[in-house]
Structures are given as structure tokens and as C-alpha cells.
Design a protein around this ligand. Structure first.
Ligand SMILES: Cc1cc2nc3c(=O)[nH]c(=O)nc-3n(C[C@H](O)[C@H](O)[C@H](O)COP(=O)(O)OP(=O)(O)OC[C@H]3O[C@@H](n4cnc5c(N)ncnc54)[C@H](O)[C@@H]3O)c2cc1C
Length: 530
């Protein structure tokens, strides 16, 4: 049987990479970006890679579940940030794991962790590898004898469904589509759809506190988690299934966002629901982004709780072919399994009208068209980004959150700093676009996209210069270094400044208790105690 392999350097499967000729043919269609595109380049092939030899060899007792061929090592060496994709594209795999372990059950996983502890080899949990913050990179201190990647892909099943309480027990390595397909046989859905849905896993979502489909109320995955089970070097960490509990610090919430530093999440009970049978969506135009933001604030404080409430600035609406480039666009959606949602949509549209929002007339490009264009662009974006790397377009995002009363000044200063940093690093043609991914009664999560001309071979330095500026200004203006992309290795300098120091001490102590030899993903989130 032919096995469909993931690309060793970017998004998707090997057979999904367009040829250089195809990319060259598409290039004229990207004129609307206003960026001078370069010659289309080809990625460095797997057979041309020269990976550093492994520092540790697969132990015979684990041989059945481990592999150390070039494809396995390269495809687990990097996440999927822009810099990672550039590195992979150019064949720069500087920190490949020594080998990749694929445990098929918890007992095998425990044996892998035991071996890592004994040998002082770093253990890096790997879900879908879609980290955009250096979360899966095997770059560890020289005091480690090596580093291995633990791919959870074999733990991919929905194990149990409780139709009464509407919950499902799902293994940590289940990818989005596989998880949804298994739930669908029970007429159920998790409806956690991050943009990386196709190639990210339940364990990865929980470990990074990923944010998905719902723009209000259940924004982060932990809102859907009922209980979690993890294997740590010190043993199993499992919580009770409860609809709510006030019994001290939550063991589930402590694993959520632990980014592989405490243990490996092997399964969790998740709150699921029947597929929604009532849906309404609309696109509403606003003259300005901040005018639209005032409306979004009113909607998010109204108790209507739309499932989708994504405000795109004019540039973002144009790039996604959802708007005309002159006006901001609000993509609004309601859904329910139980009752029609027309009245909620009607009230939300009234609020939009009260704030100057305009629903396109019949004959004009309709709101539904705009919503559909936005959805298509949203789904295609990860593939497009790989093509951009080949064409010499710098394309990356950064995200944060801020309370409403600070939003206007925050948006202005972060956007201005980003524009200036992009101009300095890439020249005048660069663009900084913004949308809200999630909104709360007390604030919003602005998400910025940077598109600019890349200087071949210097893309990583160009982006690093921009990222440094925008991260500094986000922190100085009181925002968070991440709303849902996690901390990883890349956000550490700013996370270390953002978190309270006594909390950092508490986290180090907790890590020392469950991971006494400090093997779990060192360098991510928090440093192990010496
Ligand atoms: C194109 C694109 C779009 C994205 N869109 C979104 C989005 O809409 N919302 C969002 O929140 N994020 C998004 N991300 C970021 C990323 O997809 C999320 O962080 C996701 O949760 C990572 O899941 P994963 O399975 O790929 O984890 P990985 O990338 O494999 O790992 C991420 C981190 O979690 C740890 N980890 C993974 N599995 C486990 C486990 N079972 N137990 C313990 N630790 C584990 C790893 O060690 C690492 O530190 C996007 C990324 C890309 C490239």
C-alpha cells in the first residue's frame, strides 16, 4: 500500500506541492498584492539534505516503534512558522531530532520517557507539527545527550462516546479531520476548527490552548475539555470527568498550555454536540475598522454570542477577495442544533445598522459571497504561504489580545510600529493587515498579517527584525504576547517578561515534581530547575 507522506519542509502532503511551472503560471494572479514577485524557486529535495548524524541511536528495546531515516528526522525537525518553512525550503535543518518514536499505547510511551530520563535525552511531544512558535524544534542545551521527537500519530481514535452527557473520550494524537469523521458516525462534532485543523491534533490543541471556530464564549480548546489524561516521567496524571469543579487549582487547566513541558497528553474527554442544523451568516461593511470594532463590542456585550464574529480591516477583506479594499468587513454567523437563529441574526444586524454597518443590497456582491470568499481564503492560506516562500513573498502573522477601552490606541500604535518595521526591513510595498479572530465582552483578539517582498536568503532576518519590534510594542502597550499561538521557544523573551515571577517559580517547581530530570521539551515555556 502506498503511504501518503507529509512534505518534509512545509504544509500538507508531498503530492500537494505545486510544481515550479504551476507557481510561475499563478504569479500574475497575485498582482493585487502590489509586491514585486521574484523568480519562483524550488525547495531543496529530501535527497539533497545532509542532516547531522544522530547523537543517540534507537535502543533495541524500542526499535519497533522508532525511525531515524532522513524523512522522519527532517519532517519532525521544525514547526510551521514562516521562518520554519523558509528553513525547510532551503534545506536548513539545523536541529533534527536524533530519532522519532511513535508509541502505539501508553505503556510504550512510558517506556520511551523512562529511556529518555535514564539517558538524559530531551523528549519533544509532536502532534501535527503545526506549531508557529518553535514548539517542536529539537534545539536543546548541550547538557542533553540528544533529543527525540515523540509523534502521537498512532493514538488517533475516539475511544468512547457518552451520548447522555454529550462528551467523547478522544486520543491525543487524533488530527482534526480524523477526529471529526469518527465523531460524525455518532452524529456528533467537536466544532474546534483552528485554521491548522487539517494537520493539528487534539493533544497539540490542549498543550497550546489553541483557539478555534467559536469567536465568542468557547474560544479556547480548554473550554471544551471535561478531563485530561497525560503520561509524565513520574507517572499518569488523570483528572475526573466533571461538568465543573471548585476543587483547587484545576489539573486540566494546568495541562492546558503546558506545551509538552510536563508530560504527554494521551487522551481527554471533550464536550461535543450534534452538528448544527440551523445556521445564518452575513457579511456587513463598515467605513472604518475601528467603527466596526465599536459594533463588535456592542454585539459581544449583548449576550447574543455569535459563533462567528470576525472583523476584517479593508486590506484584509481585499486580500481574501471578500471585500472591495475600501471598507472593513464583519463576518457574522450564528448556529444551533436546537432552534432557528434568525432572531439572533436579526438583532445582531440591527446592532450593526445602529453602528453604521451596511449589509450589501441585492445585485451588489452579497454578504454571503463575502463570507464564502473569506472562508475559502482562510482554508487555503497555509498552502498559499508555502507558495509565497517559493515566490519571494514574506508572509507571516502575529496575534494578541487587549481590553476594549485600550483597543483604539493599541491598534493604532501596534499597526504604526509594524508598518514602520516592515518598511525598514522590506521596503515601501509591504502591507500590515488586521482582523479580530475572537471577541469577548471585555476585549478582542487582534490578529495581524504581514505581506512584503522578501530578500532571498535573508527572509528569516527580515521577519526577526519585524517580530522584535511588534512584540516589544505589544508588551509595552499592555497586550499579551499571544492569544492562541502559544509560547514555544520563539515567544520566550516576551513571555518571561509578561508572566508574574512567583508564578514562574511555581511552574518550575511543578515541572521538577513530574519531570525530575527535566527531559520534557526543555527550552519551551519554562526552563527546568538546574
Ligand atoms: C497555517 C496555520 C494556522 C494556524 N491556525 C491556528 C488557529 O486558528 N488557532 C490556533 O490556536 N493555532 C493555530 N495555529 C497554531 C497551531 O496549529 C496550534 O498551536 C496547534 O494547537 C498545534 O497543534 P499540533 O498538534 O500541530 O501541535 P504541535 O505543533 O505538534 O505541538 C505544539 C506544542 O504542543 C506540544 N504537544 C503536541 N502534542 C502534545 C501532546 N499530545 N501532549 C503534550 N504536548 C504536546 C508540542 O511539544 C509543542 O510544544 C496555526 C498554525 C499554522 C501553521
Amino acid at each position: 500500500m502506498e503511504i501518503r507522506r507529509r512534505k518534509h519542509w512545509g504544509w500538507g502532503f508531498e503530492d500537494q506541492q505545486p510544481s515550479t511551472a504551476e507557481l510561475s503560471a499563478w504569479a500574475p494572479g497575485l498582482a493585487h498584492l502590489g509586491i514585486a514577485l521574484g523568480e519562483v524557486e524550488a525547495p531543496v529535495g529530501l535527497e539533497q539534505l545532509e542532516l547531522a548524524p544522530p547523537r543517540v541511536l534507537v535502543p533495541p528495546a524500542l526499535a519497533e516503534i522508532c525511525a531515524s531515516d532522513d524523512h522522519e528526522r527532517a519532517s519532525h525537525a521544525l514547526g510551521k512558522s514562516y521562518a520554519d518553512v523558509v528553513r525547510g525550503f532551503r534545506g536548513r535543518f539545523e536541529h533534527p531530532p536524533d530519532f522519532v518514536a511513535r508509541p502505539r499505547e501508553e505503556a510504550e510511551l512510558a517506556r520511551v520517557l523512562e529511556w529518555c530520563s535514564d539517558q538524559r535525552v530531551a523528549a519533544i511531544p509532536y502532534g501535527g507539527g503545526s506549531s508557529v512558535v518553535g514548539g517542536v524544534t529539537a534545539e536543546v542545551a548541550p547538557s542533553y545527550n540528544g533529543a527525540i521527537s515523540i509523534d502521537l500519530g498512532s493514538l488517533d481514535r475516539v475511544l468512547e462516546v457518552d451520548a447522555v452527557s454529550r462528551a467523547a473520550r478522544i486520543q491525543g494524537g487524533a488530527l482534526g479531520p480524523g477526529l471529526e469523521a469518527q465523531l460524525a458516525t455518532h452524529g456528533l462534532t467537536l466544532r474546534h476548527f483552528p485554521q491548522s485543523f487539517e494537520f493539528s491534533t487534539l493533544g497539540g490543541w490542549i498543550a497550546t490552548r489553541a483557539a478555534g471556530h467559536f469567536a465568542t464564549v468557547w474560544t479556547h480548546i480548554e473550554d471544551l475539555v471535561e478531563s485530561v489524561r497525560a503520561i509524565t516521567p513520574a507517572g499518569a496524571w488523570a483528572s475526573r470527568r466533571l461538568p465543573g469543579s471548585g476543587a483547587g487549582v484545576s489539573p486540566d487547566r494546568m495541562l492546558a498550555g503546558s506545551e509538552g513541558t510536563l508530560g504527554v497528553i494521551t487522551e481527554a474527554w471533550l464536550r461535543v454536540q450534534p452538528r448544527p442544523s440551523h445556521r445564518r451568516s452575513a457579511g456587513v461593511h463598515f467605513h472604518t475598522f475601528l467603527g466596526g470594532a465599536e459594533c463588535v463590542r456592542a454585539i459581544s456585550q449583548s449576550g447574543l454570542n455569535p459563533a462567528n464574529c470576525r472583523l476584517l480591516d479593508a486590506g484584509e477583506a481585499r486580500i481574501t477577495m471578500a471585500g472591495d479594499g475600501a471598507r472593513a468587513l464583519l463576518v457574522l454567523g450564528f448556529e444551533s442544533t436546537d432552534h432557528p437563529v434568525d432572531s439572533q441574526m436579526a438583532r445582531a444586524l440591527e446592532i450593526c445598522a445602529e453602528h453604521g454597518g451596511v449589509v450589501p443590497e441585492r445585485g451588489e456582491r452579497s454578504g454571503a459571497d463575502a463570507v464564502s470568499s473569506w472562508r475559502q481564503a482562510f482554508l487555503a492560506a497555509p498552502f498559499v504561504r508555502d507558495a509565497f516562500v517559493a515566490m519571494g513573498v514574506l508572509s507571516e502573522t502575529f496575534e494578541t489580545a487587549i481590553t476594549w477601552e485600550r483597543l483604539p490606541g493599541f491598534h493604532e500604535r501596534v499597526s504604526a510600529a509594524a508598518q514602520e518595521a516592515v518598511r525598514a526591513a522590506c521596503g515601501a510595498a509591504g502591507q500590515v493587515l488586521c482582523r479580530f479572530t475572537h471577541v469577548y465582552p471585555d476585549g478582542a483578539a487582534p490578529y495581524f498579517t504581514v505581506l512584503a517582498g522578501a530578500r532571498r536568503g535573508e527572509e528569516i532576518e527580515q521577519w526577526a527584525a519585524i517580530k522584535q519590534v511588534v512584540s516589544d510594542v505589544i508588551l509595552a502597550e499592555g497586550g499579551t504576547i499571544t492569544h492562541h499561538h502559544a509560547v514555544g521557544r520563539d515567544h520566550r523573551p516576551w513571555y518571561d517578561r509578561q508572566r508574574p515571577e512567583p508564578f514562574a517559580e511555581a511552574l518550575r517547581g511543578a515541572k521538577a515534581a513530574v519531570d525530575p530530570r527535566g527531559i520534557m521539551n526543555p527550552g519551551v515555556l519554562i526552563d527546568p530547575l538546574p
